[in-house]
Design a protein around this ligand. Structure first.
Ligand code: CMP
Length: 140
């Protein structure tokens, strides 16, 4: 079934100039780009995006990191693209992510291994719909 996913190139990936690499891999995989924006996230956007993590020990550092600079927000489209992009991204911990994946090829432990992991991808159709509404209200 055709579905949409919300992808973020996080501040570490953006600062390292990896947005083009991420976009190229999405396109080579055959997914369509439905929306794209460069923005520095507000606390309000991040509170909504990470609502399920509020109260966890990594929440405040995560919000501080994600609001530290520009990100690229992307809506991708295609059959099973939620699962497909998570496969392109690789395991959450870049040290463990398989070579060939975005995190496996470009990520490593910089001292905050799981926080700075280059990209985010929605994990289910419900979260994709919720997240697309946060980053692209006009598509919600
Ligand atoms: P993501 O899956 O995009 O959304 C939740 C984010 O929380 C996750 O990426 C990581 O960046 C971050 N995260 C999850 N677990 C931890 C952790 N134990 N320590 C620091 N950051 C974390």
């Amino acid at each position: 079934m055709t579905e949409r996913s919300l992808v973020l190139v996080k501040p570490d990936g953006f600062a390292r100039g990896l947005t083009g690499e991420v976009l190229a891999r999405i396109e080579r995989k055959g997914y369509r780009l439905a929306a794209l924006a460069i923005l520095t996230p507000t606390r309000e956007q991040l509170a909504a995006h990470y609502a399920e993590h509020e109260g966890k020990p990594f929440y405040e550092p995560l919000v501080a990191f994600m609001s530290s600079g520009p990100v690229t927000a992307i809506v991708i489209e295609g059959e099973r693209c939620i699962e497909g992009f998570r496969s392109l991204a690789g395991a959450t911990d870049p040290t463990k992510a398989a070579p060939g994946s975005i995190r496996g090829d470009f990520g490593r432990d910089w001292g905050k291994p799981v926080q700075e992991n280059i990209v985010h991808g929605s994990d289910a159709p419900e979260s994709a719909a919720r997240e697309i509404g946060i980053w692209f209200p006009s598509l919600g």
